[in-house]
Design a protein around this ligand. Structure first.
Ligand SMILES: [Zn+2]
Length: 485
């Protein structure tokens, strides 16, 4: 039977995203969706690609990003993702989102990870969604609403305290409105000052609209160090009280005192998963990155500066070196660098591996696209999982690695018809060389595209090649949890 379609990728090793073993075959695409998978010698297409035995996988899904703004405009800031084969990002994590925020002036940390002032935020989620619809992004996005963004508006910037009942009601209304306008969940960043002042009850009250809309509760927990188990308990309590699925962000055991404790946290998460819906994301590095917080420095943890407003020349340098040069202690040096961002080398590699390899894990980069000298996870997370951890270290099979960044993620977030290669699914695809794929970015020199990615497609259209860069016409869109359009 002659099959007419727009694109055929022939002679591929297909890893379909379900975790199943790879198989040789062709993939035919018609419009935005996959039409057929298998041996398709009779098919004809406007464009035929000979994969030459390379791996074809569903486009990768970055479960944890701060790309709210990076996907806007000409899409240049999406290059770190799309050059790794990422075709969808989840935005609005850690309690910080660009919408809905009605406020004026300089953005409070950590909201300044997304931009310097509130004027660059969106007053309603609808404004943000309309902009994405009008000027398509280069990749797809699913959006969460940040608890801190809600707090800044409801509490008129006076956020270093629990919210009043009235303020909580305001946040709840704004969340409800945003969910009705296309957001898919709410995120918290309870570890950050000022949100650490928000009691569990405040979160439960604000998050009440999630259940009726089948939306997610996603959290950067109150503590990932000594109190990590207590924080898992709090998270599960919130999930049960709100009756919503839970995603724990960038799961880790922070600080030397807690190295090895993934042996406790993972069984705790498995036990919780028997009672309620819970998943977690993780990035493949033993160093974290966020805003620099002088009161949270640990004497045994090395710190590298990623940006500093008063001292831009400090980017990429170690805090201890700067302190020595200035003849001050590291806390004083850190205070002088503010506002600033930093990388902290505070995890144990064995924990990172145990968490990555766990069947509940999804891959999320937590990359910071606006940092002057970003943590290499921005440009390299997916290539590092495929190359370093799957191929070289054999921590898991390539099929498992792909599943953790496609099928599993799409299922957890409710991205309908995404994350798998099968007839009827959206044609978000990546062609890569499994022998060559590797991360190029390092802590010293992070901003380099991965090697081994041959081509990326978004909704059926070619979106990236190493030679051509990001295609000039964009085909991404806002995804809504549970919706197939
Ligand atoms: Zn976070």
């Amino acid at each position: 039977m002659a099959l007419e379609c727009d694109l055929i990728i022939r002679n591929a090793e297909i890893i379909d995203g379900t975790g199943a073993a790879r198989f040789a075959g062709d993939v035919a695409v018609s419009g935005e969706r996959i039409l057929a998978v298998g041996a398709l010698p009779e098919a004809h297409a406007t464009r035929e690609v000979d994969a030459g035995g390379l791996v074809l996988a569903p486009g990768f899904i970055d479960a944890h990003t701060h790309d709210d703004r990076a996907i806007l405009g000409d899409g240049r800031l999406a290059l770190p993702k799309i050059s790794q084969g990422v075709t969808t990002v989840v935005t609005g994590n850690c309690g910080i989102s660009v919408a809905p925020v009605r406020a004026k002036g300089k953005a409070l940390p950590p909201l300044n990870l997304l931009g310097e002032d509130y004027e660059s935020c969106f007053g309603t989620f609808r404004e943000y969604a309309d902009l994405l619809a009008r000027e398509k992004p280069p990749i797809n996005a699913m959006a969460l609403i940040g608890h801190m963004s809600l707090r800044v508006e409801a509490m008129a910037g006076d956020v270093d305290r629990p919210a009043t009942a009235e303020e909580t009601a305001h946040m709840r209304r704004r969340l409800e409105e945003a969910l009705d306008e296309g957001a898919s969940g709410m995120s918290t960043g309870l570890w950050y000052a000022p949100n650490i002042k928000a009691p569990t009850e405040e979160v439960v009250e604000v998050a009440a609209p999630l259940h009726a809309r089948n939306a997610l509760y996603v959290t950067h927990m109150r503590d990932e160090a000594n109190d990590v188990l207590r924080s898992i308990d709090e998270t599960m309590r919130i999930g049960r009280a709100v009756d919503s699925p839970v995603v724990i962000s960038h799961h880790k055991c922070s600080m030397p005192e807690n190295h090895g404790r993934s042996r406790e946290t993972l069984p705790a998460l498995e036990a919780a998963a028997r009672l309620q819906s819970v998943a977690f994301d993780v990035y493949p590095y033993a160093a974290s990155s966020t805003i620099l917080q002088p009161n949270r420095l640990h004497p045994a943890v090395k710190v590298q500066i990623t940006w500093s407003t008063p001292h831009p020349e400090a980017r990429g340098r170690m805090l201890d070196e700067i302190a020595a040069e200035w003849g001050v202690d590291r806390v004083t040096a850190a205070e002088r660098l503010l506002p600033a961002g930093a990388i902290s080398f505070m995890m144990d590699e064995a924990d990172v591996r145990r968490i990555l390899a766990h069947p509940m894990a999804m891959i999320g980069s937590d990359g910071l696209p606006h940092d002057a000298m970003p943590h290499p996870r921005l440009w390299s997370t997916f290539a590092r999982v495929l190359g370093h951890y799957a191929r070289d270290e054999k921590l898991f099979t390539l099929e498992d690695a792909v599943h953790k960044m496609t099928g599993r993620t799409a299922a957890v977030f409710g991205m309908t018809d995404r994350g798998e290669i099968r007839p009827g699914a959206f044609a978000d695809l990546v062609l890569f060389d499994a022998d060559k794929v590797r991360e190029v970015g390092t802590f010293a020199d992070p901003a380099h595209p991965a090697e081994g990615i041959v081509e990326t497609w978004v909704n059926g259209a070619s979106a990236y090649t190493p030679a051509g860069g990001i295609a000039s016409d964009h085909h991404g869109r806002l995804l809504v949890r549970g919706r197939a359009d």
